[in-house]
Design a protein around this ligand. Sequence first.
Ligand SMILES: [Zn+2]
Length: 652
Amino acid sequence: MTRSTSAHSIDCIGPERPGGQGLDHNQEESGNLAIHKLLTSADGREWTDFVATARQARDGSWGYEAWALRGMVRWVRQYGPRGYTYQVIEAAGENPLERQDHRALNTLAEELAAAGNPDDVQRAFVEPDALTYPYAYERISQLFDSPNAPDLVVNPKSYAYGRQPGQHGALDVIQSRSPLVFAGPGVRRGAVVEAESKQVDIAPTVARLMGFPLIDGKDQTGRASSARGVAPDVYMERQDGRVLEEVLDPANGRPERVYIMLLDGQSHAELRHRLEEDPDAIPNLRRLIANGAMLEYGSITNFPSITWPSHNAIGTGAWCGHHDVVNPSYYLRETRETVSPQGQQFDTARFVGPGVETLYEAFHRVFGKWDGMAGAFTASINEPCTRGADHASLERRLVGDRGELIMLTKETEHEISPRWYNELEGDGHKLQGQIDNRALAQARQLFLDESHPAPILTYHEFAQPDSSAHDYGPHHEGAREALDETDVRIGHVLRTIEQRGLLESTLFVVTTDHGMATQDVSLRANPARIPQRDGMAAVTTEPLIYLRDLHVEVVVQRDGRTAQLTVLDNDAEASGEKPPVADAEILVSDHRDGKVARVITDANGVAGISIPADLEPAGLRLAIQADGFNSRHMRMDGSNFALNLREVLYRR
Ligand SMILES: [Zn+2]
């Protein structure tokens, strides 16, 4: 049963910067075929939760879709009074994104119950029908605003991705929830706050607490305040989030600096469990939380819920579709190049797009540049968001004496658990603990070194919780030990800042970039690879799929006796032109599949055919094939022979 309303009467807003992302008319056949394979192949049935896309109809209008075996949903995006609004215009079967409660599965007990309370926490696998997908329409739609976005994005089932016991990246609430704590001046003390929160809310909240001025910047719709006809109303150049007013206490003063501690991949449910069930554990985090405001239901992160996109969403206040680092790895259609900021780790600031401002840049805009002992000094410590930071280890910009840094590193080396070396050595994990220990030394040095001002903004990545939760699973003792070790490092940071007499004037933010879900490693699942594995022409950077398709134009000459066919690469080059495809084979047949003609395109991608006098042009069918592209099957009038997904998936 399909319920559908027309999108034509509504002013729908498609991708902000179209550049080939999503499916267009030339990709109807390949897009539907890929979705069908992702959902109905033997592996797809086991691994895939849903597939999402932005689709442009032949009339140019845009809609957004999510397809699952259990049903589909299509929605459109519009301008609302505060940001975008989303309207469902079609649903068939069960809307896979129907449940969006951000409060679901908030505790370890709830998560384990949703998994059927397995005897072994390593088997805490949660099926889609027990999950929710907070802010699903917003978080999927934003991805497709970037020209770096894929044609299709695959959401694996929460337990079905890869060969590690812990994983993340999906839209579901387990993988998307981050703990979030604010502690310090301007913030409520000892409060558990029930407000809704997204990770793009952190930057504007920090800006408000630091007394930034409102500016004529872009809101979530990408339009500046002036373009929206209102007074300056945002704190960041692009601000997708809001100020979390619920955590503020203006009577509690104003911070002089900010220190963001990002506990990569730390499960919110696990953190709460340790706080509630283990009173002697994690004393430093406990003290920060007791003196601050903790979001009861955490805060919902970027989609995909993966490190590089999520860190930069926190650091810019804008979703990945707006800061352009859409995934750890992604494909640039214009240059036919796959880039991997997360793979290269270093020098990745250049991948962050011009349409956003980082917190470092915003701090320097408000408080001035760093100049010796004057101005504002900002620091990115092993943090993937780097652009504009004075000290940025992942840009190889290190401030401070190298010898002293080595000495500080040695001082705390003995605090690294031997467990990582003993259990994980030989698996490419020799640096477990070492990386965070070196980051700690940087943090201490930046506050001890009096040759520059104390950092007004520090954004500090703790990698250990993520590595251990991947290697052991989020609820395993190994992941808990990583949190304990991280808490010791947080203690060092707090003591160093206290030594400088700056503890009481510093605002601390504790959060993560994504959640972590227990994986069924026996599946060795990788749903996004299914179409390519099955022979489709695509570039796959999991969970993103970029189809390689042909743009075909048919011009039937006026006399109805001949037609000109032009075959182009559907991905435009940097010039904006779609390059011609030479040597494409075009088979023409009549409606009874009788062969009419076979032609090959020339260097301009052009071929001509003659139409037999007894046949109507509309009755002719075309099959087009070219090396490296998905083949096309269409009518002479340009309409496609594509799978009718509604028919094949939901006809009962
Ligand atoms: Zn991460």
